[in-house]
Design a protein around this ligand. Structure first.
Ligand code: ZN
Length: 130
């Protein structure tokens, strides 16, 4: 598995995209992920920074923002087969948030591991669309 992106929660996506562009990272992809009630922007050329802004107050990301403020939210690792990786992680004792993959941003399949079993870090597994 290799690092695909670092997820960072922001209050304003427009402001954060402009700030990262000024820093020297290009906007690679931007999309509203309705199922997660977020708008995301991937910055750089990979590994990316994924900026996430909640689109609704009941988005899980809105709850994170209320509780902890803006900042690092998760690490995402690309794997060749997400279903195989979920089985492997479960066997290794990881607590799964998603028992099966679901559609994520950019056409990828994603699944999350609970921070409780990952030293406090939310882990996203991601199978890239070809
Ligand atoms: Zn992510």
């Amino acid at each position: 598995m290799k690092l695909h992106h670092v997820g960072v929660v922001v209050k304003s996506l427009d402001e954060a995209v402009a700030r990262h562009e000024k820093m020297g990272l290009r906007l690679a992809h931007r999309e509203v992920v309705a199922s997660q009630k977020v708008e995301v922007a991937f910055m750089g050329d990979g590994p990316y920074i994924e900026l996430l802004e909640p689109t609704s107050p009941d988005s899980p990301v809105a709850k994170f923002l209320d509780k902890r403020g803006p900042g690092q939210h998760h690490l995402a690792f690309a794997v060749p087969s997400i279903e195989a990786e979920l089985r492997r992680q479960a066997a290794a004792g990881a607590k799964l948030i998603d028992k099966t993959a679901r559609p994520g941003a950019w056409g990828h399949k994603v699944a999350f591991l609970h921070p409780e079993s990952q030293g406090g870090v939310l882990i996203e597994l991601l199978q890239e669309s070809q």
